[in-house]
Design a protein around this ligand. Structure first.
Ligand SMILES: Cc1cc2nc3c(=O)[nH]c(=O)nc-3n(C[C@H](O)[C@H](O)[C@H](O)COP(=O)(O)OP(=O)(O)OC[C@H]3O[C@@H](n4cnc5c(N)ncnc54)[C@H](O)[C@@H]3O)c2cc1C
Length: 685
């Protein structure tokens, strides 16, 4: 039987992550890979991670990013960039490539974009063109220094961290001459601010300490503004040392035009157009996707070094060349193969989820902007905007039903009508992105950090030494930071508590279940039946928990009841990652045979992926079923509850759908023993 011949290369990845027809993205991937496996790997191997300081060696990274085009990847062509339109997929691919070797380097490349993101998302046209242009490397013939940006939200404890509703940073009116622009005084102390060693521009969240200025806002601070711009002490971090992190202190005077998004003056009060929460919500919504992918990159990057280690484990002893012990080493043992498949499948599923989120974000960006524009035109802000969307609910659900209708069964005319309604498409995508974005950050980083430990354990004692190829031990530690910054798990679970109970999202889940059942009918080997049953059970539990009370009479699904809501968010993370993995495997099955490079050996490749997605679906179903059962039964007192039989039926159905899952895992594991790997890792130890 044909099995996997070589480790998947770019041809496979381009199909899975849908950039086979995007030459610009392929070039960006190649640039990032060149830096990652060259300069970045050398810096790590040379021990640059041993210092908290920003060194000359680390600064070489900035130059490399500038020269290769990675610095300007976030900018539009009119600002000096080279990619037209939204860039979420582009940034995600670059982050994955860099994090394949070192996530600190990936963070460094993303942090300037994060610093500019408040301006990019909510700045005025003038702010956007000025600051994004300044942060683009000079073009030939231009005589200027490139500027770099940092994002300052987090403050010294106990202020902003997870609970971004409280701000310590203050803003006051310093002077306001008649007919002149007001001058503002900003006091902000940051904590853990990335890029702070070299940033010239800081976008900072602040709260008014003056009755002539309303609420909170974000402002643009520049090194050179009158006052104190103290970069502060370096953070003594044990991870991501190739990026710079410090605790700055700023006490600066700035003109009011630096309020991001602008302001108006009403009755002598400066009213910023956006408060800081509105800005950070739209910033983090997207920037969390590449962070999730950084952790998944680590899992995928671990496969080759682990296989190499396992195969060579007994060489040099008495094992004779050509003997199973010489050729397979530890790969003779089932456990090491099975566990590596778990690591690999989790990495693939995380990438499937993260890249789906990134593609959706690209599609969603213009639709969201159009909705914002039309709401503004109609004066629909706050509650009025919410009500306008609520009115569309029935049409949105109709749209979802038609979108997922089996081929030939939908009403094409009605579908086209609904497709042309921007609000309908907005509501659908908003509900989906509202789950996929925090879901990627939560599942990829949280589960990824745990899976990374598995990868380290597979290399035994060598795994926790600096000599271990692939820097696995560093990656294990680094994964914890990815799970922490841009909002730790608690923030993502809080977000999901709201978005996963949105009726629009629940309508989507229903369609996913039906779609998975159809997939199972024609393609029984990818785990679709298992996942459909698990989703059905999750949906049942969700409906039950939303209406049920515990044996003390307290509501179960409630924002304050994190024991219930957070656990359901965790369960959902497993399910959505598995769903997108299955979808990607189906695309691979369809497209790989058409690719001349992949056509030879395609059966082995696609079977291997199908076996991995079945394995992942079984694991996801198990995790979700455990959580759902604990919640549904765990708050009772032993008395029978309404629907108990139905829940038991769903559990039984799920268990029976596991039929063959372990055989699929055996097959995938067995493929690891025959897959060809290069002689040596392509970056240094
Ligand atoms: C290396 C590094 C770089 C960083 N770069 C930046 C940057 O560039 N800009 C920036 O602004 N920030 C940055 N940060 C800050 C980072 O975003 C925060 O550390 C992170 O959001 C967590 O906040 P915190 O450290 O205050 O943790 P806390 O808010 O103290 O949270 C600690 C834990 O408490 C729990 N918790 C907290 N609140 C709740 C709640 N409401 N419900 C349930 N559980 C809760 C969670 O389990 C959480 O993990 C960086 C951090 C590091 C370490």
């Amino acid at each position: 039987m044909e099995t996997l011949r070589t480790l998947p290369g770019d041809d496979v990845r381009q199909i899975l992550w849908r950039y086979a027809d995007r030459f610009d993205l392929q070039m960006a991937v190649q640039s990032a890979r060149g830096i990652a496996r060259g300069l970045v790997a050398r810096l790590v191997a040379d021990g640059e991670r041993n210092s908290h300081e920003w060194t000359e060696g680390k600064a070489e990274l900035l130059k490399a990013f500038d020269e290769s085009g990675l610095t300007s990847i976030y900018m539009d062509p009119c600002q000096g960039g080279f990619i037209e339109g939204p860039k979420n997929l582009a940034l995600s691919l670059v982050a994955l490539e860099l994090a394949w070797v070192d996530a600190g380097a990936a963070t460094g490349s993303l942090a300037s974009c994060l610093g500019l993101a408040p301006i990019h998302e909510k700045g005025t046209d003038d702010q956007r063109n000025t600051y994004l242009g300044m942060c683009c490397p000079p073009q030939p013939g231009e005589d200027r220094e490139i500027k770099r940006a940092a994002f300052a939200l987090t403050e010294p404890l106990p202020y902003v961290g997870v609970d971004t509703g409280v701000l310590g940073g203050k803003i006051r009116v310093e002077s306001w001459e008649d007919g002149q622009e007001p001058m503002l005084k900003v006091e902000k102390r940051g904590r853990f601010i990335t890029n702070m060693d070299f940033a010239d521009i800081v976008t900072a969240a602040v709260e008014s300490d003056d009755e002539r200025l309303k609420g909170t806002c974000m402002v643009i601070l520049e090194n050179g503004d009158p006052g104190v711009f103290d970069r502060g002490a370096p953070t003594l971090k044990m991870v991501h040392q190739l990026s710079s992190t410090r605790d700055p202190v700023m006490n600066l005077s700035i003109p009011a035009s630096r309020i991001i998004g602008g302001y108006e003056v009403k009755d002598g009060v400066i009213i910023p157009k956006y408060n800081h929460s509105e800005i950070i919500a739209s910033v983090f919504h997207r920037t969390r996707i590449p962070v999730g992918l950084m952790t998944s990159a680590k899992l995928l990057s671990a496969i080759e070094p682990v296989i190499r280690y396992h195969r060579q484990r007994f060489r040099g002893g008495s094992a004779e060349q050509g003997s199973p012990r010489f050729d397979l080493g530890l790969q003779q043992k089932e456990d090491s193969l099975h566990r590596l498949i778990d690591v690999w499948a989790a990495g693939e599923a995380g990438c499937s989820l993260g890249f789906a989120a990134a593609r959706l974000a690209d599609e969603f960006d213009p639709i969201e902007r159009e909705k914002d524009r039309s709401f503004e035109e109609q004066g629909l802000s706050g509650r009025k905007g919410f009500m306008a969307l609520r009115k569309k609910q029935a049409e949105v659900e109709e749209y979802i039903a038609l979108k997922f209708a089996p081929e030939g069964e939908g009403d094409a005319t009605r579908m086209a009508e609904l497709e042309s309604d921007n609000l309908v498409r907005f509501a659908y995508m908003d509900a989906l992105a509202g789950v996929l974005n925090p879901g990627t950050k939560l599942w990829n980083t949280g589960v990824g950090a745990t899976m990374m430990r598995e990868a380290v354990s597979l290399v035994g004692g060598y795994g926790i030494t600096e000599d271990c190829p692939g820097f696995l031990c560093h990656k294990w530690m680094d994964a914890q930071l990815e799970a922490t910054y841009e909002g730790p798990e608690a923030v993502q679970r809080r977000h999901l508590t709201l978005t996963m109970s949105n009726p629009v999202f629940l309508a989507i889940v229903k369609q996913w279940i039906a779609e998975l059942k159809r997939i199972h009918a024609t393609d029984a080997g990818v785990g679709a039946c298992t996942l459909a049953s698990a989703m059905e059970q999750w949906l049942w539990a969700m409906n039950y928990l939303q209406g049920a009370k515990d044996s003390d009479g307290r509501k179960l699904y409630h924002g304050k009841r994190q024991g219930v809501t957070f656990a359901m968010a965790d369960a959902l993370g497993w399910l959505i990652a598995s769903r997108y993995f299955i979808k990607d495997v189906l695309v691979l099955k369809e497209q790989a045979p058409l690719n001349p490079v992949l056509a030879d050996g395609v059966e082995g490749l696609t079977d291997f992926y199908a076996n991995m997605s079945f394995t992942q679906a079984a694991r996801a179903a198990g995790e979700s079923a455990r959580i759902c059962a604990e919640l549904v039964f765990g708050y009772g007192d032993g008395a029978e509850f309404e629907g108990q039989d139905e829940f038991a039926r769903l559990r039984l159905e799920l268990d029976s759908c596991l039929s063959g899952a372990r055989l699929a895992k055996d097959r995938a594991a067995n493929a690891l023993t025959g897959v060809m790997i290069p002689e040596a890792l392509d970056y240094p130890m």
